[in-house]
Design a protein around this ligand. Structure first.
Ligand SMILES: Nc1ncnc2c1ncn2[C@@H]1O[C@H](COP(=O)(O)OP(=O)(O)OP(=O)(O)O)[C@@H](O)[C@H]1O
Ligand SMILES: [Mg+2]
Length: 357
């Protein structure tokens, strides 16, 4: 029997469920990442120390080893490398246009608007806009780097003066040194997890999202299932507008008091924060990880549901009180990075850990 080899891009702890699932399915795992002591380095069958952004070098190495598929979860940067490799291996996947639209919040907004999807007013700027340029905008506004994630550089501003204070620090975090400025959308926040194959989309779950709120909107937890029902056609139109045809999708949205759905953004990848890897299988019985692995191997995903829990939750550790709260739950999985609560949490990468119950 020929050996089934798979490349996994990224070695951080959020890739661990994927590495474990590939092993469970009988694959020999080759994990590609920069060597920095990440957990994936140790649990991979083979660790290959090439930075996740070195697309062509990774592709050449994959070919030389006879590896037939490539996968990653939860990160735009690693997904771009996955798509590059899959295209060169002639495995059906999203086209380059999706890479552009799904990884830049301004390009994404334009795609939404031209496809008739409800959008707040927005603009892109490399320099602080003048008061006049924002005349038609209704405060409060959100300022964020066009091309980052993990809640880096997000600000809610109530007036022009506040915008002046934060514009530069938000812009500095952008790779292209630009911000998107958009009107603040009111309403409770959710996400929708999807899998697509050959342009057909399947809604897997709805997740309710909790954040710290203004100014930085760092995720504090997620609950599945969410307490809403939505028009699934809107999500399909959103995915179509970004030309998403294959693989996982993660659409974040708010629902206002008129029950209108306003999209915040869509990732052409699995939702991070353990949503795709843990909450979806726990609360729905869908084997989302296997679906992503199958899709990345050119196979139609298996939509069978297995026995599952009624609900699943993740909470992130910000302070000592969260540790106390954790002890009130029947924990399925936990990961505590550090207990140094003097270090304040400035974005989602500086949270102290999480637990799933
Ligand atoms: N226009 C908006 N109106 C209301 N809230 C917004 C808006 N834009 C962003 N937010 C809030 O900021 C959060 C982060 O925004 P966004 O998802 O665009 O950035 P991100 O850096 O990709 O974050 P993450 O990786 O955590 O999803 C959103 O989940 C939402 O709470
Ligand atoms: Mg987001």
């Amino acid at each position: 029997m020929t050996e089934n080899k798979i490349a996994i891009i990224g070695a951080s702890e959020f890739q661990v469920p994927l590495i474990e699932k590939c092993k469970e399915l009988g694959y020999t795992t080759y994990v590609y990442a920069w060597r920095c002591g990440d957990v994936g380095e140790k649990i991979a069958d083979f660790f290959v120390p090439i930075s996740v952004v070195e697309k062509e070098t990774i592709y050449q190495d994959i070919v030389s080893k006879g590896i037939k598929s490539c996968v990653s979860i939860g990160s735009d940067i690693t997904q771009l490398t996955v798509n590059y490799v899959l295209r060169k291996l002639n495995i059906r996947c999203n086209k380059e246009i999706t890479d552009v639209l799904a990884c830049n919040k301004y390009e994404m907004r334009k795609a939404f608007r031209s496809n008739g999807i409800l959008c707040p007013q927005f603009m892109k700027s490399f320099t602080l806009p003048t008061r006049a340029e924002l005349e038609s905008f209704r405060y409060p506004l959100i300022v964020k780097p066009t091309d980052r994630s993990g809640s880096r550089g997000i600000y809610k501003v109530n007036n022009y003066e506040e915008l002046c204070e934060c514009f530069e620090s938000s812009k500095e975090l952008s790779f292209e040194k630009a911000c998107i400025i958009e009107e603040y959308i009111e309403g409770k926040e959710y996400s929708c997890e999807t899998i697509s194959f050959n342009g057909k989309h399947t809604i897997l779950s709805l997740t309710e999202k909790h954040t710290t709120g203004a100014p930085h909107f760092i995720e504090t937890g997620h609950d599945e299932p969410a307490d809403i029902s939505i028009d699934e056609n809107i999500i399909c139109r959103v995915l179509d507008s970004l030309h998403i045809e294959y693989g996982a999708g993660h659409t974040e949205f708010r629902v206002d008091d008129k029950n209108e759905l306003w999209v915040i953004e869509t990732g052409a990848r699995m939702g991070g924060d353990c949503i795709g890897s843990d909450l979806v299988p726990l609360s729905t019985g869908y084997d989302f990880l296997k679906m992503v692995i199958d899709t990345a191997s050119g196979k139609e995903p298996d939509y069978t549901k297995s026995a599952h829990q009624k609900e699943s939750h993740i909470r992130f550790i910000f302070n000592e009180k969260d540790i106390e709260e954790m002890n009130n739950h029947k924990i399925i999985k936990k990961s505590i990075k550090d207990m140094d609560f003097n270090n304040s949490v400035s974005d989602s990468t500086s949270r102290h850990g999480y637990y799933i119950y």
